[in-house]
Design a protein around this ligand. Structure first.
Ligand SMILES: *Cc1c(COP(=O)(O)O)cnc(C)c1O
Length: 390
């Protein structure tokens, strides 16, 4: 999609005839909508998914976000929900039943993994995990009862890519539904529907919101699949996106293209700096020339996020602590996609038995924000030096 189309969607689509010639769309902070007559009421009730009846279903502020994101992803329809995790749950639970089997990427988002490994077995749904970098693994893991393939490319801690087109083709040949978590790329840098994927989801809490002030999720797919999710999952579980949140997402999306270009450039610059640093063992960033999957990254994605991981040479958790505690510009926090730089040392995660696995001790994930890049690099350099002396 070219810049003009993106600008049209982000800045004008659905906003041409706002009440009182307002520039910013109104927040429809209402739970219910009323009708002029019995016949109007009946007509709306007979077409619930396309009508304004109750804000647990549709709301104009929410629908405006959906219109724009569906267009950006090249999907027929989108559904905004209350979190990325809700989007994950709806996409998975909407298409499996007792006795079914899922094939999923092992390093997928933690709550997706939790749903498939701990929650769904209670309802008779089994999951097999694959590394995902070799498409043949998906073919090998498929069973007669496989109903869903769950992807996340790249994965957002270990940055492993799947060949989306190749996996979609395998799934199609077996009549299996495909779902992908596309949060890292946003709809601007990767469009999996064009590569044959059925359902795309995002945590809107990241770049789409972009200011660390909302939690939301979105699902994009065919009208048929979204209608199914709307009726069978969304209305049922009530993962309602509230109008003010939707309005904040609209505001965040106005600058999405500008923010992402800046994040991407800054991310690559900081990744290259870290790759050359004596205290760093390796950097996991798909757009580093040295990255093992750099060719696939360039083929499949138009750009990248500024979220990536690196591994320190040390395996001493005290040194990892010294590094993190000496950072002054990076905030210690989960999540990502806002204007601010963040650091997430994987060693803070609650590991089974309280023992940090060897490969996780020195795994550091950073999100590069919109601050001055030279200052961020200087901050990292100073903290790495302080760590070496600790
Ligand atoms: C944050 C995140 C989610 C979950 O989204 P929430 O909005 O926090 O529920 C899902 N997938 C990825 C890749 C994420 O980073």
């Amino acid at each position: 999609m070219n810049e003009i189309d993106i600008g049209e969607i982000l800045h004008h689509m659905g906003e041409r005839d706002l009440p009182s010639n307002a520039v910013s769309p109104p927040i429809f902070q209402t739970s219910i909508f009323s009708f002029a007559s019995f016949d109007d009421f009946k007509k709306a009730m007979d077409d619930e998914q396309k009508s304004f009846i109750y804000s647990r279903g549709n709301n104009p502020t929410v629908n405006l976000v959906e219109l724009k994101i569906a267009a950006l992803e090249g999907g027929e329809r989108a559904k905004l929900v209350s979190s990325g995790s809700a989007a994950i749950s709806h996409c998975i639970m909407g298409f499996v039943k007792a006795g079914d089997h899922i094939v999923a990427v092992r390093d997928c988002y933690s709550w997706a993994h939790h749903l498939m490994s701990d929650y769904l077995p209670r309802f008779g749904v089994e999951t097999s995990y694959v590394d995902g970098r070799d498409s043949a693994e998906f073919e090998a893991a498929i069973r007669p009862n496989t109903k869903l393939i769950y992807l996340e490319s790249p994965t957002t801690l270990t940055f492993k890519l799947q060949d989306i087109g190749a996996v979609a083709a395998i799934a199609k040949a077996h009549g299996i539904k495909t779902v992908i978590d596309n949060t890292w790329c946003t709809p601007l840098y990767q469009n999996p529907i064009a590569l044959g994927i059925d359902l795309v989801l995002h945590s809107v809490s990241k770049y789409l919101g972009g200011h660390s002030d909302v939690v939301a999720g979105v699902i994009i797919g065919s009208d048929r699949d979204i209608s199914h999710i709307f009726a069978a999952e969304f209305q049922q579980f009530g993962t309602v996106p509230d109008p003010f949140m939707a309005w904040l997402v609209l505001r965040g999306m106005r600058t999405l293209h500008v923010r992402l270009a800046a994040h991407d450039a800054a991310g690559r610059e900081v990744a290259a700096f870290l790759e050359g640093h004596q205290a760093v063992e390796s950097v996991l960033h798909p757009f580093l020339g040295s990255y093992p999957q750099a060719e696939l990254a360039a083929r499949q994605m138009r750009g990248g996020a500024s979220l990536f991981s690196f591994r320190l040479k040390t395996r001493d958790v005290k040194k990892v602590k010294a590094f993190v505690d000496n950072l002054t510009l990076f905030k210690l926090a989960v999540s990502w996609g806002g204007y601010e730089s963040l650091v997430f040392p994987n060693a803070v995660s609650p590991f089974a038995g309280g023992i940090i696995p060897e490969d996780r001790v020195s795994l550091i994930r950073v999100h590069i924000g919109l601050e001055d890049r030279k200052l961020l690099i200087a901050d990292l350099d100073r903290a790495l030096m302080a760590m070496d002396c600790a």
